[in-house]
Design a protein around this ligand. Structure first.
Ligand SMILES: [Zn+2]
Length: 402
């Protein structure tokens, strides 16, 4: 059995101990000591880290009565000096004791019981058994902070199961004696094996950062102490950048963002209208050129428009093709040249060509793929040097009888 020094003193970070067993845990060396100040993961509170002699403590886990320290290297000594990482311990202590106080405040304010607690590297949550509004969460937060700022003494006592029941506490299942009761004076009293401060003031401050609906209840995200300071600094940094970028003071940021969204939407609408006008102009110019070509230009025979552009998006090519085939009876063989070749082929209603087949042959020439239906098809390929040949082949295929 390992004596757990943190039960009696959460501030003890340095200790000496004897190695009583050597093990292996998932391929890493591990030791059991006769006594330890390292907290072993349990009850939603993660393990401590630190050093044992020269070895780094990577994980601390419970194995029955024993505490197993998983190390980054083997430990040869029979006696070792242990040192617990102080910042991590303080962080866990603040989040964990803050959770006791916040959970109690939710019982008081909303009659909401905590069904689960999770203390993660960045995020700490409690799951309440009922839905709680933002207003009630703010009340619970205020109540818990009052208790923090009153610096109430936190006492730990050991009771038997019967003694615990006599004071109205349900002891953990299967535990008969030595039930550890953590008491934040006059506010919260509960069985717990975690690390706790001497007074509630060490929690610093409790901030609820988000609420979400969860399993018919509410998941409450919160930060305590140093994490609250870090969370505030992060938000200050982000808000500061937004204030500078949008040239709006903090209280007006939401309005400034909404205004910007409206402006972007209006600009996009105008850009789309201008593009449509520009493409229509381009389509009329291409049709005029196509009709002027050849030995016997005709105003009634369908025109064939073949054109290549630099760096046009496929979407613009398609819009241009649609403009062309709707303005006059024609076949449009359009291409864009960028790091690869894009093709859009189209024909007006009533013309006889198999446009998808025409396109498939052309993209095969470009070493690519494509497809379409009815009068419109598109695709592309990497062999840019074959683009002119592919368009010429498509054009002569139009002339051959089907
Ligand atoms: Zn606790």
């Amino acid at each position: 059995m390992t004596e757990r020094l943190y039960h009696a003193d959460s501030r003890l970070l340095d200790f000496d101990a004897a190695v009583v067993a050597r093990r292996e845990h998932q391929g890493r060396p591990a030791v059991v000591l006769d006594r330890t100040a390292f907290y072993a993961e349990s009850g939603g509170q993660p393990w401590d880290t630190g050093t044992l002699g020269e070895a780094r403590v990577l994980a601390v886990i419970e194995d029955g009565d024993e505490v197993v320290h998983v190390l980054d290297r083997p430990l040869a000594e029979a006696r070792v000096h242990g040192r617990v990482d102080a910042a991590r311990r303080r962080d866990h202590l603040q989040q964990h004791h803050g959770q006791h106080l916040l959970s109690r405040a939710f019982v008081e304010v909303a009659r909401a019981e905590t069904a689960a607690f999770h203390l993660g590297g960045d995020d700490t949550t409690i799951d309440l058994d009922r839905a709680v509004s933002e207003e009630l969460a703010a009340k619970a937060e205020a109540r818990a902070n009052d208790v923090v700022w009153q610096a109430r003494p936190v006492r730990v006592s050991l009771l038997s199961a019967d003694e615990a029941r006599a004071t109205g506490l349900e002891p953990p299942e299967g535990v008969r004696t030595g039930i550890r009761i953590v008491d934040a004076e006059g506010f919260d009293r509960q069985p717990c094996g975690g690390t706790h401060p001497a007074t509630t003031a060490e929690v610093g401050v409790i901030l609820v950062t988000a609420l979400e609906r969860y399993k018919g209840g509410t998941r409450v995200h919160f930060v305590c102490g140093h994490r609250a300071a870090s969370a505030f600094r992060l938000r200050q940094h982000v808000v500061g950048q937004l204030v500078a970028t949008l040239s709006a003071p903090l209280p007006e940021l939401p309005e400034a963002v909404l205004r910007l969204k409206d402006e972007v939407a209006a600009a996009q609408k105008r850009a789309a209208a201008l593009l449509e006008r520009a493409l229509e102009g381009e389509a009329r110019r291409l049709l005029a050129d196509a009709r002027g070509e050849g030995p016997a230009p005709s105003l009634v025979a369908p025109a064939t428009v073949v054109a290549t552009f630099d760096n046009w998006p496929a979407e613009d090519l398609r819009q241009l093709a649609q403009q062309l085939v709707s303005l006059a009876p024609c076949v449009a063989l359009l291409a864009s040249r960028s790091d690869k070749a894009q093709l859009v082929f189209a024909q007006s209603e009533g013309l006889p060509h198999d446009v998808p087949a025409l396109l498939k042959a052309a993209v095969a020439e470009l070493g690519g793929r494509g497809g379409g239906r009815g009068n419109l098809a598109q695709g592309g390929g990497d062999r840019l040097e074959r683009l002119d040949a592919a368009l010429a082949a498509a054009r002569s295929a139009l002339a051959s009888p089907r």
